[in-house]
Design a binder for this molecule. Sequence first.
Ligand code: NBP
Length: 483
Amino acid sequence: MTDKNELAQIGVVGLAVMGSNLARNFARNGNTVAVYNRSPEKTHALIEAHGEEGNFVPSETIEDFVASLERPRKAIIMVKAGKATDAVIDQLAEAMDDGDIIIDGGNALFTDTIRREKDVAARGKHFVGAGISGGEEGALNGPAIMPGGPKESWETLGPILESIAANVDGTPCVTHIGADGAGHFVKMVHNGIEYADMQVIGEAYQLLRYGAGMEPAEIAEVFREWNSGDLDSYLIEITAEVLAQKDPETGAPLVDIIVDAAGQKGTGRWTAINGLELGVPITGIAESVFARALSSSTAQRSAAQEGQLPAGTIEALDVDKAEFIEDVRRALYAAKLIAYSQGFDEIKAGSEEFGWDVDPRDLATIWRGGCIIRAKFLDRIRAAYDNNADLPALILDPYFKGELEDLIDPWRRVVVAATQLGLPAPVFASSLSYYDSLRAEHLPAALIQGQRDFFGAHTFKRTDKPGTFHIEWSGDRSLTQTD
Ligand code: NBP
């Protein structure tokens, strides 16, 4: 239904797949929605195909669109992230009044969101960068929403966002995350965790397929079973679906027909870059970004295959198939746990750096539904932060420490088996190194400090007394205290 005289509670600019699904979600949940797209064809198509789903107010100019909104006006931008977002923000800020709210629901880089919030605030309007997760399906049926921006905008926006968000046990999967770029920051890290989660699932598949010699359909059954336990999650569920799927043209397992070069749109890379900038070792996330890059290095990979780099002669141990499958399940659980732990570390560091005061319990709550990394064990993460809001690391929570007691030996066996089989398991292996580094009493960093002092007089601290020291390496090798 469309009514040009009715004022809309919310507006959506950009009616490609995400925007039109989000607009339909608002309308289906009883909100009157103003809709506008640069090229009017998409607006017409939306109204023609779905106009009966609720109350839409279509416009062909940004001025009409703004005029069709009730005050304070609330407009969500769902256009291609980058320059298009800046262009639409400029048009909206021009046409809107003081106190109106511009929301960017695209996948913006959080530093762009910080900049935009400043600019828009200087023009008297509110700006909210909101991470929206769940893809097309989530946009239509209930996404997880991570809004940043000013707290007072949340007071106005909260109820309407709650009306369209996913809902778990009566709790909507949306809450105010923190000021300016906080929402887009946590959405970025969410996507980084998603990269690592997908990669560890891929490594488990690879080991079962080429280590245990199982067929995709049989592995699909294993994943289905795993989905009823600790690993219960959307990504495990869809993995079983993908592995069971046959190619409609040839009847072969679809996974054998798909080219093994993974794409990426940038949020995983941003998470890794930010981890480096903040000095947070998010090794699982970074390795999974590199794993996608390596998979897509097709020329180099084919040269390495043609040149047949030696595999070595170490023979893999004979292992019982059922035991190996269970070991792989536990290794997958352990590596996934590390990815989440590292992701929460990055959020904590980002929150401190930018003064956002992000509550990790909120994320564990709202990520339980709608988003791609929704998983049963987020309830455990919530409980971990409920018990101790200042946990030094998620894996140090007593429940997860207990889980790791059961996981550590299988995890080591799987990394050994992968190494012996010559099968790549970059996140299984690097996460185990991270884990062992954290618990190691001694790290080779002492030697590195010695090397740094040798070639660059970078000084070092001593274990036995305070102060900063240097050895006269090119002279008499005496010790001097520098402060
Ligand atoms: P796209 O990212 O493909 O963008 C297409 C939309 O942007 C169209 O409505 C297009 O209008 C509009 N647009 C462009 Br391009 N340049 C414009 C400009 N200069 N001024 C005004 N409008 C402009 O759409 P999408 O795939 O629906 O994604 C929308 C946003 O949601 C993106 O930021 C994307 O990163 C994000 N996203 C999120 C998820 C998720 O899971 N959360 C999934 C997919 C996308 P036109 O019709 O006139 O060309």
